[in-house]
Design a binder for this molecule. Sequence first.
Ligand code: SAM
Length: 339
Amino acid sequence: MTELTGRRIVFTEADMADHLGRLGRAAPDLHACVDPERARAWARVLAEAGDVRDDFGDDGAGGRGSSYLRAQARNLTARARGIHHLLSLVPARTDRRPAVVVDVLGGDGLVRRVANARRLTGLSVLTCDASPYMVRAAWAAGCPALVQRADRLLLRDGSVDAVLVAYGSHHIAADDRAELVHEAYRVLRPGGVLLLHDFLVGSPMDTWFREVVDPYSRTGHAFDHFTREEMWGYLTKAGFESGEVTEMADPYAATAPTAREAELELGRYLLDMYGLAGIEARYPADAARHTVERARTVFRAERADGSLEAFSVAYDPSAGSWTCTLPRTAVLAIGRKAR
Ligand SMILES: C[S@@+](CC[C@H](N)C(=O)[O-])C[C@H]1O[C@@H](n2cnc3c(N)ncnc32)[C@H](O)[C@@H]1O
């Protein structure tokens, strides 16, 4: 059993054996990619470490995991546009079998669930996460999952078609990032891709984390974002034969019957996603409104043509609903392993 101790978690060798057994039964294609010796060795390290800090653990234990899960459950499609784009970059396999995607910062399986909801075919997603709390939530949501650290992949050499590192790459310590990219190169098949997604230092997302999430979240949020040069350096050092560092639209969106409700729904999403307990405490009657107003001022960016990309609320007559959209631009490093 996974035991919660304060803000920390304990994960045992028996837990790993249990997860691998479940994986073998639920998704033999994904189980075949796991190196059992690496998995056992990692479980031993975790057991000996005794406890590991887990910001995405249970709220009751000092993490912000349960409010994070609530946000995704309430609005599964809030980040669907970006997720869909990332998955569209996974190369199809020549043998027509589903392409294996390792979702390294997988949480409770949001990427897999969005792929299912959008009926994206030809993909088999393995949800991985360092947090046993999140991995347990992924299994509960029907997503095959594995406790694994980004810089210590438990997969066999040359076994997977895509390694996705997205929606939280800044949580990976700067000292571990080069090793993560090396590991991705190791586990990719020839022709496979690494998709390393985050936000640029100095971007509106960086400001949001620094000025809002860090002071008001339950766990704080003092993490370094990425630069283009840093990302490119990891790709070349790891040996990727080709690749690029580019940008992609990755908005937040919320839909509701009225414009006002759509705005508040987006505010609610951000409150839960980032565990903004400090804002809830300061504005108990209208925390969602306050949050969306703050976000509106932060997520404004000038496009290359000088026009302003900003918060919008639009009516969709075919659906009879309003959608509130907060623009975000993510940075994406794509590493391609030669065929
Ligand atoms: C922001 S959540 C993203 C979850 C999911 N992909 C989503 O978009 O909702 C980031 C996840 O990365 C995990 N994480 C953070 N650092 C990690 C690391 N070094 N290795 C593996 N997982 C890590 C956290 O436990 C958390 O569940």
